[in-house]
Design a protein around this ligand. Structure first.
Ligand code: NAD
Length: 282
């Protein structure tokens, strides 16, 4: 059964939207269909200042859309349709496309349909300056062609000397992504936290790391100082960041949040169950 949106003839706002698709044939065709249905519902196609960005593809497509509209995230909300398997951000099915357009066309106020999820604020300092990034899923720091050796400081106090493949700092909504493969905990996105998970740390009689992931609250921060002279790869979500003569990185919960538009409930733990457990329960 399709989604039922209240039929409101008077007072409906004219939602401005943009569609971003993965580029494969199925996603591109769905995007074309979306535009046709949107015209029937009198939605306004506005790629510059959209109220809603509809991502068609997978979670990676939504990550891409988020970074494309990062300067507008206080004004733009996201919604994702998956054309492969169910995604965490891409949680509408292709056959629900017309339901989604109808919901957008009959909306009287978007604000009460918005949920906001925490982001990670990543500050990278090199010899010249400090650059800031926002991560929707995570930021990773990995050694390139050698072990990552880095001093970790939490709230300006030495914590440990990390040795291993790398470190992953994830948001709550990103906790189900790379962080989960590292045995990090799944964190509900209503909790304003970042999680620091180890990527294959070296632990023996000589080297010691915590060995567990850590969850930091909003008012804490973590600094990572890699040992000089090592090659390092830094990613923010799906993007490789050019770090130049990199000195340190500071991670904390961001002031800004990402906005998702929710026209129907799909609780986080239900998504976790559908994505990772399926129907195997007896
Ligand atoms: P992609 O779109 O192929 O994504 C890779 C997989 O990660 C997909 O199955 C996607 O559904 C899933 N994914 C992404 N965000 C998720 C989330 N928040 N919760 C649950 N699953 C999620 O590839 P991409 O475009 O390069 O995406 C980048 C993301 O891939 C990174 O942000 C990282 O989280 C993830 N990744 C995971 C691993 C791992 O699990 N070992 C390794 C590298 C990257």
């Amino acid at each position: 059964m399709g989604i039922v949106c209240a039929r409101i003839d008077k007072g409906a706002i004219r939602v401005k939207y943009e569609v971003i698709n993965r580029g494969d044939q199925v996603s591109a065709e769905l995007a074309t269909k979306f535009h046709q249905l949107a015209a029937d519902e009198q939605l306004i196609h506005d790629p510059v200042e959209p109220d809603i960005v509809v991502s068609i593809g997978g979670d990676g497509t939504l990550l891409n859309a988020f970074h494309q509209y990062i300067d507008r995230i206080d004004h733009t909300a996201f919604v994702g349709i998956h054309t492969g398997h169910l995604g965490f951000y891409a949680d509408w099915k292709p056959e629900e496309l017309s339901d989604l357009v109808r919901c957008m066309g009959r909306e009287t106020s978007l604000e009460d349909k918005i949920v906001k999820y925490p982001l990670a604020h990543v500050q990278i300092t090199n010899e010249q300056d400090t650059q800031s990034f926002l991560a929707l899923n995570e930021c990773t720091l990995r050694g390139f062609e050698s072990t990552l050796v880095a001093q970790l400081r939490v709230n300006d106090e030495d914590f440990e000397m990390f040795r291993g493949d790398g470190i992953c700092i994830s948001t709550p909504s990103g906790s189900t992504a790379y962080n989960k493969s590292l045995n990090g905990a799944l964190i509900h996105p209503s909790l304003e936290t970042i999680q620091i998970a180890e990527i294959a740390s070296i632990n023996n009689r000589v080297y010691r790391t915590l060995g567990s992931s850590m969850v930091l609250p909003r008012h804490h921060h973590c600094d990572i100082y890699p040992r000089a002279g090592r090659n390092i790869v830094l990613t923010v979500d799906h993007l490789n960041v050019d770090i130049g003569n990199f000195r340190s990185i500071r991670c904390q919960v961001a002031e800004r949040k990402v906005r998702f538009v929710r026209f129907r409930p799909f609780p986080f733990w239900n998504r976790v169950k559908e994505a990772f457990i399926g129907d195997l329960l007896e």
